[in-house]
Write a protein that binds this ligand. Structure first.
Ligand SMILES: *Cc1c(COP(=O)(O)O)cnc(C)c1O
Length: 432
């Protein structure tokens, strides 16, 4: 037994499981090489943005109180603008999460009487309350902002005629979600987002096109702002925080869009001038620096899991061969036991809280019980190795993250070992 094999067996993973994993990995060498090339390209992009913006040691310090003249904060916003090729950016620890960043971008750029359009079907769950699709205090709907939605066609393509018909005089902003989130539609590539924006701008050049960029950053070499998006929005405890950012969100885009968001985040008249960065800046900078390779690690984990579970006989979305546009992997186990065994395997591979056993529980906002595995350094961070699944048909888990590929690999092997232990997979790696 090799030294490495011994390490795996100490985690309770059998030799045959490790060898099965190795066999899958052998077939992925070319795929991983391409992921590494994208990471290399994006690493250079990040370093160049930092050099051009003259990031200095002083930028890593924070301010307190009002945060006037916060050099590090203002420079970081320049770095994000350079990276996304936009006029300006707002990158703040006061933006508490992805939903908050999206709500901020919407509420600050829409006025009573305006209409919001989603041409790609239902938005992410938490946005339903922001928009007012589900009644909620403070929603856009309460402020007289209406909403329309055009579904994707059954084959996942854009319903161009439906979209044309839905763009009206009042349409002020179009929101496009890049990642599929927890749906089964395909994730949109940046180039498809570009086609959609071109179509919309031909009809109404003045409509603001915003992209929910969560889970998409650095997966490709270009970002939605390179193909016409007026604004991209995301969370720093996902890809662009590189696992180090302890909080935060960003909005990058046209000067006016960002300015509107800043006046809403702080106050009319104050805008970007206030907002102390406290001690968060060095982790924002260093996290962004690491983000391209961290995203690549998470992507490799997703591709590995897809190919491994596909080979065993479980449906996976995206499939093993598909090109990737976000870091989320869904695996359908078809039974509650499968979902639970998978999540418990991910948890058991964590550095933090590995000794706890996640169980399904009733979560606010969900119809069914949900199980979540997250042993994270940053609470709730989903760029770290994590998984969750509703205990309801079709019994799928959504798996993402992994700050390093060896960690993602360990987690996935541990899930396989657990599923075999539960009698859901045979000893010769077939679905039972
Ligand atoms: C995660 C996510 C959000 C919301 O982000 P939170 O930080 O969880 O509030 C919104 N949209 C998409 C597509 C996401 O993946």
């Amino acid at each position: 037994m090799t030294e490495l094999m011994k390490q795996y067996t100490q985690f309770g993973i059998s030799e045959s499981v490790v060898l099965f994993g190795e066999e899958i990995l052998k077939s992925l060498e070319e795929r991983f090489r391409q992921i590494d090339e994208t990471a290399e390209y994006n690493q250079l992009k990040v370093i160049r943005a930092m050099q051009e913006s003259k990031v200095s040691e002083a930028c890593l310090m924070g301010t307190t109180g009002y945060g006037y003249n916060d050099l590090g904060r203002d420079t970081l916003e320049q770095v994000y603008a350079a990276l996304f090729h936009t006029e300006d950016a707002l990158v703040r620890p006061q933006i508490t999460c992805g939903t908050h960043a999206l709500a901020l971008a919407l509420m600050s750029n829409l006025r009573p009487g305006d209409e919001l359009l989603s041409p790609v079907g239902k938005p992410y769950d938490t946005l339903e309350e922001v928009i007012g699709i589900r009644p909620s205090k403070g929603s856009l709907k309460e402020y007289g902002i209406s909403y329309r939605q055009v579904e994707l066609l059954p084959d996942g393509s854009f319903d161009y005629e439906g979209i044309r018909a839905a763009i009206r005089e009042q349409t002020k902003l179009v929101t496009i979600q890049r990642s599929k989130g927890y749906q089964t539609r395909p994730t949109l590539s940046v180039s498809r987002i570009g086609e959609l924006i071109r179509f919309i701008k031909e009809i109404r050049p003045d409509v603001i096109c915003m992209v929910d960029n969560c889970y998409g950053e650095f997966v490709e070499r270009i970002e939605p702002t390179d193909v016409g998006a007026d604004m991209v929005v995301g969370s720093l405890i996902k890809n662009p925080g590189g696992g180090l950012a302890p909080i935060g969100g960003y909005i990058a885009g046209k000067r006016e869009c960002v300015e509107n968001a800043a006046y809403r985040l702080t106050s009319p008249g104050l805008g970007k001038e206030v907002g102390a960065s406290l001690g968060a800046l060095s982790s924002f900078y260093q996290g962004l620096f690491l983000a391209p390779t961290v995203t690549a690690s998470a992507l490799k984990g997703a591709v590995f899991a897809a190919n491994l579970y596909e080979k065993i006989g479980f449906p996976v979305i995206p499939d093993g061969q598909e090109s990737r546009h976000d870091i989320i992997q869904a695996v359908t186990f078809g039974s509650p036991e499968g979902v639970i065994a998978f999540c418990q395997g991910i948890q058991a591979a964590a550095s933090v809280d590995s000794f706890v056993t996640p169980e399904p529980w009733d979560m606010p906002g969900y119809d069914s019980k949900v199980i979540m595995a997250a042993g994270a350094f940053v609470s709730g961070s989903s760029i770290e190795l994590s998984a969750d699944g509703p205990i309801a048909p079709p019994y799928a888990v959504y798996f993402q993250g992994g700050l390093t590929f060896p960690h993602a690999k360990l987690g996935i092997l541990k899930t396989l070992q657990n599923l075999i232990g539960q009698g859901l997979i045979s000893a010769d790696f077939h679905r039972i």
